[in-house]
Design a protein around this ligand. Structure first.
Ligand SMILES: Nc1nc2c(c(=O)[nH]1)N[C@H]1C(S)=C(S)[C@@H](COP(=O)(O)O)O[C@H]1N2
Ligand SMILES: [Mo]
Length: 297
């Protein structure tokens, strides 16, 4: 049995199937202090340098296909991504429906957005996404006054995923309706003008560049407009470490490591992490005081 070399994991008692998990001190090694390391100063106004496609496609978190960064690119080809249906439903949707992804493609223009991507584990990339702004699909579902939150359910199929049900059910994420309507929230279908590969969340996944990467759920099958704040997967794993909002903030450290800087995948050294991952102008109005911890874990 392999230990999980992943800083997101705290200890085995969080998990349903205890035999598969071994608590380890590896997280502490990942969270080494920055003494002596060079910090490039990242400026939100600097042009973004996209991470190479091969790097984006080979360094992944997609636990349904394994816990190591190299597992998803090796194991995820078994996921059949066409045809694919996305259901939009919930008490907050006046126009519920199940849509073939091919029809969604016919309906909406695919846009290109280059964004920073920051994992809660303190690594980052720059990814040139293709996709459809989330607010377009939500608007089409005709949200009513009961649509206070949006819940995202992802594929969870034991016949296609070696590690399906690792968290006890489908990987689930959520947003407030205001966050979901923000133009930065994207339903990505491609990277570098190529369709997503399975390991990056094919055929359709969330991209929320101002939040830690775990909010960006992969391989979405259902979007629900709901009244209550959804119980999200990582919050259920460890509510002290992974909250509902999970907005990037270099001044609010993770309980087990600093969030002040990040390792840039495919580059040397680290760079400073920015408030809201550099998107404060676009999203800060959605939240209250910076001192309110609830928005930053
Ligand atoms: N279904 C599902 N979605 C997921 C995950 C996962 O394990 N399962 N991992 C999350 C985490 S922790 C991160 S950092 C990003 C990683 O996306 P990438 O591999 O495309 O960089 O996907 C997120 N979405
Ligand atoms: Mo992550």
């Amino acid at each position: 049995m392999k230990p999980i070399p992943h800083s997101m994991i705290t200890s085995e008692h969080n998990f349903r199937n205890r035999r598969h998990f071994i608590a380890s001190g590896i997280a502490a090694a990942i969270a080494l202090p920055l003494a002596g390391s060079l910090l490039a100063s990242a400026d939100a106004s600097e042009p973004l340098k996209p991470t190479p496609l091969e790097t984006i496609n080979s360094y992944n978190n997609y636990y349904e296909f394994g816990f190591d960064k190299s597992d998803p690119s090796e194991a995820a080809k078994t996921l059949i991504t066409s045809p694919w249906t996305v259901e939009i439903t919930g008490a907050g949707a006046d126009k519920k429906g199940a849509y073939d992804l091919a029809d969604i493609y016919g309906e909406y223009a695919i846009e290109s957005h280059v964004h920073r991507f920051r994992c809660v584990e303190a690594w980052s990339m720059v990814i040139p996404w293709n996709g459809i702004p989330l607010h377009k699909l939500i608007t089409a579902a005709q949200p009513n006054s009961r649509a206070k939150y949006v819940r995202f359910i992802t594929a969870n199929d034991e016949t296609q995923m070696p590690n399906a049900n690792w968290s006890g059910g489908p990987y689930t994420e959520g947003l407030t309706i205001e966050e979901a309507m923000n133009p930065l929230a994207l339903l990505a279908t491609g990277i570098y003008d190529k369709p997503l590969e399975q390991q990056t969340g094919a055929p359709i996944r969330l991209v929320l560049p101002w939040k830690y990467g775990f909010k960006s759920a992969k391989s979405i099958v259902r979007i629900e407009l709901v009244e209550q704040m959804p119980k999200t997967t990582w919050w259920q794993q460890n509510p002290r470490e992974y909250g509902f909002y999970a907005n990037v903030n270099p001044d609010h450290d993770h309980p087990r490591w600093s969030q002040g800087s990040e390792r840039v995948i495919g580059e040397y050294g680290r760079q400073r992490t920015q408030l809201y991952n550099g998107y404060a102008n676009e999203v800060a109005h959605l939240y209250g005081a910076l001192s309110d911890r609830r928005y930053f874990y």
